[in-house]
Design a protein. Structure first.
Length: 228
């Protein structure tokens, strides 16, 4: 990604060097830097991602890929205690499409505290290039539009930071343009997000998934039955 999209956090105590985060800013339809995308954190990087959530006051974190329970490389992001940062699940609920958790992250350095809503998509294994069905992702993105972001970016993560995130962001932009200005343009959405990360949407199968997802959404929603 271009340097202007890279994220640095304030230096840790005792250090003069800012903390680099392997994450990228992406514009949403409504505003500049409306999204942040990153790879699904490993044990070693999880504290850095939660520090970013705390520093940036991120209100929503979307986990696109599912992992095996007790995975040593990719532990649950919900429970962490790194010494200076810790997380605590405040509440949770679920449906057939995604899980929802309210998680509080606390810093022992300055007693700073922030609560983030974590949305875990169901049925998209990290080993799969695309979800087997568009239904859960569409449902999650529609739910996302109902949440109050308080002008803060939404964090998306997937196994490598671009395969799943590219699909989700492109679909989110298409849905936003459809609902806000009654326009459907998959190519434009892909073109917009690729300014931030050239690896977003790089295969024909991903394009086909986007078109099929929008077709499914249109067919299932009478609001748009007269658009064409």
């Amino acid at each position: 990604p271009a340097d202007k999209h890279v994220i640095f956090l304030p230096a840790d105590a005792g250090s003069s060097h800012p903390v680099f985060v392997n994450a990228t800013r992406v514009n949403s339809l409504q505003r500049k830097d409306g999204f942040i995308v990153t790879e699904h954190p490993m044990s070693s990087t999880l504290p850095i991602v939660w520090k970013m959530v705390l520093e940036k006051q991120i209100n929503v974190w979307v986990l696109l890929h599912t992992f095996q329970q007790n995975d040593k490389d990719f532990p649950s992001v919900l429970n962490m205690n790194s010494g200076t940062l810790s997380t605590h699940i405040v509440s949770q609920n679920s449906n057939e499409n995604f899980l929802q958790f309210d998680v509080t992250v606390t810093s022992s350095v300055n007693d700073q505290r922030h609560t983030c809503r974590v949305l875990q998509l169901n049925k998209w294994s990290y080993t799969e290039h695309l979800p087997s069905s568009c239904g859960p992702l569409l449902a999650l993105l529609q739910h996302l539009r109902t949440l109050d972001m308080n002008s803060k970016p939404v964090l998306f993560s997937c196994i490598n930071g671009y395969t799943g995130c590219g699909v989700a962001l492109a679909l989110h932009l298409v849905l936003s343009r459809m609902q806000d200005i009654q326009e459907v343009d998959v190519y434009r959405a892909v073109h917009c997000i690729r300014h931030s990360h050239p690896k977003f949407i790089g295969t024909l199968e991903q394009y086909e998934f986007l078109y099929n997802s929008i077709s499914s959404h249109l067919l299932g929603n009478s609001t748009y039955s007269n658009m064409f």
